[in-house]
Design a protein around this ligand. Structure first.
Ligand code: 5GP
Ligand code: MN
Length: 319
């Protein structure tokens, strides 16, 4: 019953209001963008007004989402006050980036997420720790009385697939696979989506893999692996920031590694740190110590300093 209450509040709000701002998280990934686009299409189906927004670019591999849903950047958001703002896959207020003000200025605020570290910053918060926010949104769309057509199915499939490492993480349950099967039945174009998301790679994206691997080192008898990418690496390889998203897997997949650390330089003397663990380490706790969050086996935070300093600090903490 406790879980039903937030679901009911969210459904009531989505049915009752008519003018929505849907917000994805900073450094957007497939789960946040796919889930947002799916909810956008479902609200449109019910004849509502909705605007989707994100602080950051839609990665090339997810460009098909742009055909379904325009993602506004914070500076072109046409108005500041919406009847209802919905944050999707956003664990805390800093993850809204420059959309924080527009979100908080809205008359009503909803949070739909699956991160156990979610700070419940909305008026109503539906935090359901499924493998992806896509599955939470799928349940919402059903309860709203919208139909999962082929476009919504493509969005949700992209969300579920990307947040589960294409269905291999320990977060994958029987329900996750049943949901994926249902999306296939609703028209998700799996071969096309898989090619776009996982195989089609630019030259720059290919070269940056080499840079990442070159920077790899092991610590604590091979229990910790760290790698890093600087802005200069990205520039020299002709890569984009989004091309570095899966580099951490090369650290995580080394036999014997428990904690993988990836330091990705941002502007202004800061860097984004991604963390992964294989079996027993709780990297969500680790990330929280540095002001971030996430899941037990996948988490992240932003730190200040040079890439070297940030990397040393993270390795030291992990050891
Ligand atoms: P990634 O390393 O792929 O960016 O993120 C891994 C997981 O950690 C994701 O679930 C993501 O939402 C979460 N995460 C990454 N960076 C941050 C952060 O700065 N703050 C919080 N709260 N979560 C983060
Ligand atoms: Mn997610």
């Amino acid at each position: 019953l406790q879980e039903e209450r937030p679901m009911k509040k969210i459904i009531d709000s989505l049915k009752k209001y008519d003018d929505f701002l849907l917000v994805s998280h900073l450094s957007p990934d497939g789960d946040t963008l796919g889930s947002t686009a799916a909810l956008f299409l479902a609200l449109k189906q019910l004849g509502k007004r909705a605007v989707a927004a994100v602080d950051g670019a839609v990665p090339d591999k997810l460009r098909f989402l742009n055909d379904y849903c325009e993602f506004c950047s914070p500076e072109v958001l046409s108005k500041e006050e919406f009847e209802c703002a919905v944050a999707i896959d956003v664990a805390d207020i800093p993850r809204l980036g420059r959309l924080k003000d527009a979100f908080l200025a809205s008359e009503h605020t909803l949070v739909i997420d699956h991160h156990p570290t979610n700070t419940e910053f909305g008026e109503y918060n539906l935090i359901d720790c499924k493998a992806s926010t896509g599955e939470v949104v799928m349940e919402i769309i059903d309860s709203m009385g919208a139909k999962i057509d082929d476009r919504i199915a493509n969005c949700l499939y992209a969300a579920v697939s990307t947040d589960t490492g294409n269905f291999i993480y320990s977060s994958v349950t029987e329900e996750t696979l049943k949901n994926a099967a249902r999306l296939r039945g609703c028209g998700a174009d799996i071969p096309r989506l898989a090619a776009m998301i996982y195989s089609e790679r630019s030259l720059g994206a290919t070269k940056i893999i080499g840079r990442g691997i070159d920077s790899l080192s092991l610590f604590s008898n091979g229990r910790i692996a760290a790698l890093s990418i600087s802005k200069k690496d990205i520039e020299e390889c002709g890569a984009k920031r989004e091309d570095t998203d899966s580099l951490i897997n090369y650290a995580r997949e080394i036999k014997g590694v428990e904690i993988a650390i990836f330091v990705n330089e941002l502007s202004g003397g800061r860097a984004k740190v991604s963390l992964r663990s294989n079996e027993y380490a709780d990297v969500a706790e680790f990330a929280k110590r540095f002001g971030g969050g996430g899941h037990v086996h996948a988490a992240g935070y932003t730190d200040n300093g040079s890439v070297e300093e940030i990397r040393n600090r993270a390795v030291e903490y992990a050891a």
